[in-house]
Ligand binder design. Structure first.
Ligand code: EPU
Length: 429
C-alpha cells in the first residue's frame, strides 16, 4: 500500500497539463459497446477507474489496445457476455453505466451493485425508474442488478432529483429505443454533454444535452469513430486551489475555462488573481484570503467534487467560512484529518463551519475518498513540516500521476511503498 509524503511550505510554480475528464471517460468507454465499429478514444486519463473500465470491457470480450499513453482503440464487436461480476464492478460507481449500454445493445445486463466513494446514501432508484420506463424489468438479488427487456420503447422520464449517473444511463439506455425519449430534470454537467457528443458521433440522435431537457430519438445502427474526451474540470479546479493555497503562480493548460466558472469566481472572490486564456488559466496566489460561504449544487452550481479542496484552502482564510453540502449526505470525511493538522472545523449534518487559523502543521493522515484525498494533499502542501498521507489508492482512482505533476510544479512530494511486513502488521491491527 503506497502513501504520499509531503514536506509542506513550497509555493507551486510553473505549468501543469490537465488530463481527460474522469467522469466523461468512465461513461464514454462503456458507451463504445454501442458502436458498430472500432472507436479510438483520445485524451483518456491514466487513472485506476479507467483501468477498471477497460478490464471489464476485456472481461466481456472487447479487444482493447493502447495506442499511446492517452489513446485507446476499442473494438467491441466480439462482446457476448452481459454479466459483470462483483469483483470487477465493486470498486467504482460508474460500473452502472454497463447496465445502460448493455441493456441498449443486448436487451440484457447483469452488473453488481456499484461501489465508488462512500459519500453517504447513494441509491440507484432513478436509474431503475428510467430502465423500467423504457420497458425493462429489473431485479436486485444477491448483490447483482439484472435488467432485461423484450423491446425498448421511447418514453418520457422525469427525474425526481437531478442526477448525473441516471441522466447518463437514461441516454445510454434510450439511444436505440423505438421512437422519442424525453429526459426531464436532466443533469447538465460538462461530461453529460461530452457523452452526448460521443454518442452522436457514433450515430445517435440526441439533442439538448447541457440543458435540463434531453431528447433522444432512437436509431438502429451505429458506427465506430475517433473521439477526444474533454479536459477534467475537477482536476483543473484542484490544481487551481492548490496554486492559490500555496500562494503560488501556476498556469493550467488544456482546460475549458467556461467549465471552471464556479471555481474561478469563488477563488476570485476570496482574493486569488486569475487570468483566463482560450484553453489555459493562470492562477496567482496572494498572502491571505478572505472568508466565504459556499453551497454545492448541480452544474452550473459549485461542484460537490471541489468542496473538500476548497475547505482545505479556507482553513487558512481570515474569519469564518460556511460550507453547505447540497448533493451528498456525507462528504465531510476529510474533516477529522484536517483537524489533526490544526484546522478548526465543526460539522453539523451537511454544514461545515471553518474558523480560519494562522497555520497548519504536517501530520499522518488517512484518505477516506477521492476528493478527501485531494483536500489532504492541498493541506499538506501548505502545512509546516511533514504530512504522510495513507490510503492513496482513493486518489489514484481519479487523479493522473498527481505526485509527478505536483513535483514538476516544485512541490516536495514523494510516493513511498510501505514495506510488506509493516503493511501486514498495519492491516492486522
Ligand atoms: N441519487 C438518488 N437516486 C439515484 C441517483 C442519485 O437519490 O438513483 C442521489 C444521490 O444519492 C446524490 C444525488 O442524487 O445525493 C446526486 O447523485 P448523482 O447521481 O448526480 O451522482 P453520481 O452519478 O453517483 C457523479 C460523479 C460524482 C459526482 C456526482 C455529482 C461519476 C462516476 N461520479 O456521481 O463524482 O460527485 O456525480 O456531480 O460521474 C468524484 O468524481 O469524486 C465523484 C464522486
Amino acid at each position: 500500500m503506497d502513501k504520499f509524503i509531503i514536506n509542506g511550505g513550497r509555493k507551486l510554480r510553473g505549468n501543469v497539463n490537465i488530463s481527460g475528464a474522469k467522469n466523461a471517460a468512465v461513461a464514454i468507454i462503456p458507451a463504445a459497446i454501442l458502436a458498430g465499429g472500432v472507436c479510438v478514444i483520445e485524451n483518456v486519463p491514466q487513472i485506476n477507474d479507467v483501468t477498471i473500465d477497460l478490464q471489464i470491457l476485456r472481461h466481456i470480450g472487447a479487444d482493447i489496445r493502447l495506442l499511446d499513453k492517452s489513446t485507446i482503440r476499442i473494438d467491441t464487436k466480439h462482446i457476448r457476455d452481459t454479466a459483470i461480476p462483483y469483483e470487477m464492478a465493486r470498486h467504482m460507481r460508474a460500473s452502472y453505466y454497463f447496465l445502460g449500454t448493455m441493456l441498449s445493445k443486448f436487451n440484457h445486463a447483469k452488473v453488481s451493485m456499484p461501489g465508488g466513494c462512500d459519500l453517504g446514501d447513494r441509491p440507484i432508484d432513478q436509474h431503475t425508474k428510467c430502465f423500467k420506463a423504457l420497458g425493462a424489468d429489473y431485479t436486485i438479488e444477491h448483490g447483482m442488478v439484472e435488467i432485461a427487456a423484450d423491446k425498448l420503447t421511447g418514453t418520457q422520464i422525469y427525474f425526481d432529483k437531478v442526477t448525473v449517473g441516471a441522466t447518463i444511463n437514461a441516454m445510454l439506455a434510450s439511444v436505440k429505443a423505438e421512437g422519442l425519449t424525453i429526459i426531464e430534470n436532466a443533469a447538465k454537467e460538462p461530461h453529460i454533454v461530452d457523452l452526448a457528443n460521443f454518442l452522436n458521433t457514433i450515430g445517435a440522435d440526441i439533442m439538448g444535452a447541457g440543458t435540463d431537457v434531453i431528447k433522444v430519438r432512437g436509431v438502429k445502427t451505429f458506427k465506430g469513430a475517433d473521439y477526444s474526451i474533454i479536459p477534467d474540470q475537477i482536476e483543473a479546479g484542484t490544481y487551481m486551489v492548490a496554486a492559490a493555497a500555496t500562494k503560488g503562480d501556476v498556469t493550467i493548460n488544456n482546460v475549458i475555462p467556461k467549465h471552471l466558472e464556479p471555481i474561478t469566481s469563488k477563488l476570485r472572490k476570496i482574493g486569488a488573481v486569475i487570468e483566463e486564456f482560450d484553453d489555459s488559466m493562470r492562477i496567482m496566489g496572494v498572502d491571505s484570503y478572505e472568508r466565504t460561504n459556499l453551497k454545492t449544487m448541480p452544474h452550473p452550481g459549485f461542484p460537490t467534487d471541489m468542496q473538500p479542496q476548497f475547505a482545505a484552502l479556507l482553513t487558512l482564510a481570515k474569519g469564518t467560512s460556511i460550507l453547505t453540502e447540497g448533493i451528498f449526505d456525507n462528504r465531510f470525511r476529510y474533516v477529522d484529518e484536517l483537524r489533526r493538522m490544526g484546522a478548526d472545523i465543526s460539522v453539523d449534518g451537511k454544514v461545515a463551519v471553518i474558523e480560519g487559523v494562522e497555520r497548519l502543521t504536517g501530520a499522518p493522515v488517512k484518505v477516506a475518498d477521492l476528493r478527501a484525498g485531494a483536500s489532504l494533499i492541498i493541506a499538506g502542501l501548505c502545512a509546516d513540516g511533514i504530512t504522510e498521507i495513507e490510503e492513496i489508492q482513493h486518489i489514484e482512482r481519479g487523479y493522473e500521476n498527481m505526485d509527478l505533476k505536483l513535483r514538476a510544479l516544485g512541490a516536495d512530494i514523494v510516493k513511498r511503498k510501505l514495506p510488506d511486513a509493516i503493511e501486514s502488521i498495519a492491516t492486522a491491527i
